[in-house]
Ligand binder design. Structure first.
Ligand code: ADP
Ligand code: MG
Length: 290
């Protein structure tokens, strides 16, 4: 009878917006102890808007934005589209890029008009010992804003703060997992303060922030080493290794192809709440088969 049960549950799962890519791992979901969520693009919409531009002395807001947007034209990160849209709204003429590369989990670097330009994370700026307004930075982060720094020839021109939106459905997802005795955990490359702000909105207690892409997978392994069965939910290229390492990899449908290819289940509607039906359905399928 097993094949019939599988066929039935596949059509039910499709109706609930779940695309199951690896059935064995999916069925294991009934025994989950924890579900790890990526922040940007998973718990939040990943649709950034520029909220504040803080220029350093000698620069104007438009200068900071123009250098940043010119370079971000080549990036697919959610931060990039927020910065480029903001420059478009201000009718800024973007400069031509002569070289571009991404610094995984930390930002981007390129050459524009013979100058080295960077748009980078607070972690990058700290590790290069660059001076900035720490009070303002702290204030923006505590408002839940993601802050990036704009460098021209290794000189800081200013910072740009971007606001994202927490998904309402993420709050429901977290609450329903807790009810089932499953621990929700956040894992993000973003700043600790922003991560804490989002976590407090959602009721998540365990937060791992400022985690570089390679370390996302290591973090999953550490949780597994405690004897816990863990699912990872993510949308980005940087989540792919963690999705593959987890006992169950769950990708957001609106995310990157790489994430979906590394996952066992895809949330077709990009709704984190569907993690709940996933847990329920895996349990039902299992009961019918034994
Ligand atoms: P998350 O894990 O929340 O999805 P990422 O690992 O994608 O976050 O990014 C981590 C951090 O690296 C960002 O918060 C940002 O500071 C920096 N970063 C990554 N890509 C870019 C980019 N294109 N422009 C500016 N900053 C970036
Ligand atoms: Mg992400």
């Amino acid at each position: 009878a097993a094949p019939l049960v599988i066929a039935v549950s596949t059509s039910i799962s499709a109706k609930r917006g779940l695309l199951i890519r690896n059935r064995a791992n999916f069925e294991g979901a009934r025994k989950l102890d924890a579900v790890v969520f990526d922040k940007t693009g998973t718990l939040t919409k990943g649709e950034f808007g520029v909220s504040d531009i803080v220029p350093n002395e000698g620069y104007r807001e438009d200068d900071v934005l123009l250098w940043a947007a010119s370079l971000e034209q080549n990036s697919e990160h959610p931060i990039a589209s927020g910065i480029v849209s903001s420059a478009n709204e201000r009718n800024l003429d973007l400069k031509k890029i002569d070289a571009f590369e991404s610094i995984t989990g930390k930002g981007i670097e390129g050459t524009i008009e013979g100058k080295k330009v960077n748009v980078v994370s607070p972690g990058y700026v700290d590790s290069h010992n660059l001076e900035y307004d720490k009070t303002r930075f702290k204030q923006l982060s505590e408002e839940g804003k993601t802050v990036v720094f704009v460098l021209v020839n290794d000189e800081l021109t200013g910072m740009i703060a971007l606001a994202d939106m927490v998904r309402e459905t993420a709050k429901e997802a977290v609450a329903s997992l807790k009810e089932k005795g499953i621990e929700p955990i956040m894992l993000t490359g973003d700043n600790q303060k922003v991560a804490d702000w989002v976590a407090s909105k959602l009721g998540i207690k365990q937060v791992f922030a400022e985690v570089l892409p390679d370390d996302k997978a290591n973090q999953i392994t550490k949780i597994q080493q405690k004897g816990l069965k863990v699912a990872m939910t993510g949308d980005g290229v940087n989540d792919a290794p963690a999705l593959a390492t987890a006992d169950l990899g769950i990708a957001i449908g609106a995310g990157t192809d790489v994430a979906m290819e590394s996952a066992d289940v895809v949330l077709v509607k990009s709704n984190p709440k569907d993690v709940e039906s996933l847990v329920d359905l895996s349990g039902k399928t299992y009961r019918k088969m034994v």
